[in-house]
Design a protein. Sequence first.
Length: 398
Amino acid sequence: MKNKIIYFTQKTLVSLLVFIFIVSCSSSSKLMNKGNYDASIQKSTRKLNRKKQNDKEVVVLEKAYAKANERDRERVLFLKKEGRPENWEEIFLVYSKMSQRQENIKSLLPLNILSQNRYADFNIVNYSDEIIQAKKTATEYFYVHALSLLNNNNKSDSRRAYSELLKVKAFSNNYKEIDKELARAKNMGTSYVLFKMKNTTGIPLPPSFEDELTKISLTELNSEWLSYHTHETNNLNYDYVIVVNMKNINVSPESIKESNFTETKVVPDGFEYILDANGNVKKDSSGRDLKKPKTKTISCNVIETIQNKKSIIAGTLDYINNSTGQLIKTDPIASENVFYYISFLAIGDINALKPETKANLGKRPMPFPSGFDMLLQAGQILKNVTKNIIYNNKAVLY
């Protein structure tokens, strides 16, 4: 047994909640008088399932049922007289609703109205033939119309055809070549986009560099009618090409800057005796020698080394209509990768250093990354920038 998950849009959910609120807060007779016949039937049926003998609810149910069926029969009559073949889908839905309505009350029948000494009158009709005929006619119409739309050989009509073929499949899962035509409509309605890199800097790059840059995942950007590819597929006609056009690639020279500074601190350095004018040690009232704290100034010289290196990739992200070769949109793109490292060398008494300075001790100068590694890291940044731009420009490709 498969579990079905039903998704509601915000608008549908709000409407459903309003409907539930109206049904729960209104009596069945009020709902009927407002023309909410099916809501009235639902309310009465729920009450009669709890207590079958309730003349008031039976009368309301009888009237609401008759009025609902009358309105639906009039709607079907109008749709048939209008003569539009696409109306058969609605005719099928109306007949199905009428059939389900009577199925919902069958378990309650017969219903006796004691105060009127009679049984309630519910006209039970077998709608099977009408439902089958409407379903068959709607299926045939949508299938033929969908194939006609596909013959127009354009994206918009192919997407409409796909929608109509889905209706066909819902009516009849194995109707003719439905799966084959669905696949054809999906393919014809989808915009296929090829993502490429192009180096126009004049600087030769190893193949592994461009291969790494094209390792960008765009599958999560795919939508119902957009399919992104980072590698070209044979026998697939791409509608658009998105080109990362690299126009500037630069790696700065390695930069090392050194600076010196000294920090000092006054620290305790034992004590010394307090002397009188004659050079003798003074005594307190108890005869003990008087002393005072002694301090000294310590210092530490710090050599700060700053290493710096940058790599830059800049260019444009070009959107090209593949069938006409027309440039339909271009966006500037750039990424910068910075290697910045600070190390400290202390000469002297490190106890003279401030806590924040001392925390940087132990760091030694690092080997500079190679230019290739710097560019690869800039390329990783560029991929994220590119992906965000592509996401924001999805509407351009429809």
